[in-house]
Design a protein around this ligand. Structure first.
Ligand code: SF4
Length: 325
């Protein structure tokens, strides 16, 4: 196998909470889920200190996730401070959009521009079936307000599910024709039950085959801090389409990220079970250089290629709501 250029680990996904007001069925085993005690969640000061240490090791981009980050009190102030961490060049937010209409002006004032919105359907009843909440109108109002205010380029993350939203692929893709959005289709990950996953998994090759009716797709240029999405432009589209294939075509060779869970565990790989506890040493007075060595350890643990054993459900015991996707 040809030696690939060493990966540049320059992207940190930082979960600020394991709370969320939605209950997406594919996110977590909700019947077993227990929220973290508040004291077990890293404080904003701790998160900012770790972000600064990570920047010292080459992290340039930080994505704030959850659970749902906008449910945590003080998150706007945290985002403001994160923009001021030396070395961090790009701050991004992934949200389910339920609180976006209210918070968009304040988010804009923090300097935030990079916004990812999770949206799996444009149908109200189906939204309620997937998330357990009747919030689609609220989310679409938030999207509109965010764009009007200048937040963006907005990326829309859509988890593709056979038998659930596969009949909306073209409608969702056309959002990128009519708006300067990047609509990204994501393969369903094995986070709940094997049976459910096998029932609802739709390979991206099939998604692309169905979207071929929209016209020829031209690959867009990649930036070093880009995530795993393969991005395409289409004639007549204001925006772009993206495809994220964690299952059918892994992207380990270009994987540039680490994840920090709300509980303070550093994960070199979403699919791996390695977690490095940063919270305990942090709260026991560890120095920045000691914490930096733990980050460096995580980077060195990033395997060249994850291997997903067939029946590894759920994802190694950690729930998506606390990892932050
Ligand atoms: S964390 Fe995301 S995927 Fe999970 S329930 Fe909330 S909105 Fe849905």
């Amino acid at each position: 196998m040809e030696a690939s250029a060493p990966r540049e680990i320059n992207y940190l996904r930082l979960s600020v909470t394991d709370r969320c007001q939605l209950r997406c069925f594919y996110c977590t085993y909700w019947q077993d889920w227990q929220k973290l005690p508040t004291g077990e969640i890293l404080s904003y000061e701790e998160l900012l200190r770790l972000a600064g240490i990570a920047a010292g090791l080459g992290i340039r981009k930080v994505r704030v996730t959850g659970g749902e980050p906008l449910v945590r009190r003080g998150v706007v102030g945290f985002l403001q401070s994160l923009h001021r961490v030396p070395g961090i060049e790009e701050v991004c937010l992934t949200t389910n959009g339920v609180r976006l209409a209210d918070l968009a002006p304040a988010l804009y004032d923090t300097g935030l521009r990079h916004l990812n919105l999770s949206l799996d359907t444009l149908r109200r009843e189906r939204y309620r079936e997937i998330t357990g909440q009747d919030q689609l109108e609220q989310v679409m109002a938030g999207l509109e307000r965010a764009v009007t205010l200048g937040l963006g380029p907005v990326k829309i993350n859509c988890v593709v599910m056979a038998g659930i939203n596969e009949d909306e692929l073209v409608d969702l893709a056309l959002l990128a024709r009519d708006h300067p959005y990047q609509v990204r289709f994501i393969e369903l990950m094995p986070t709940v039950s094997p049976r459910q996953w096998q029932q609802n998994f739709l390979p991206m090759a099939e998604v692309r085959r169905r979207l071929a009716v929209l016209g020829p797709m031209v690959a867009a240029e990649r930036r070093t801090t880009d995530g795993p999405a393969q991005i395409y432009r289409l004639p007549g589209f204001q925006g772009e389409l993206g495809f994220i294939t964690p299952i059918s075509a892994h992207h380990c060779r270009t994987c540039n990220r680490l994840r920090l869970t709300a509980a303070g565990a550093l994960r070199p790989c979403l699919f791996g079970d390695a977690e490095i506890d940063l919270k305990t040493p942090l709260r026991q007075g560890a120095s920045d250089s000691w914490l930096a060595s733990l980050f460096a350890g995580a980077i060195s643990q990033k395997s060249a290629r994850f291997s997903l054993p067939p029946a590894s459900f759920p994802l190694h015991g950690s729930s998506m709501v606390s990892i932050g996707g």
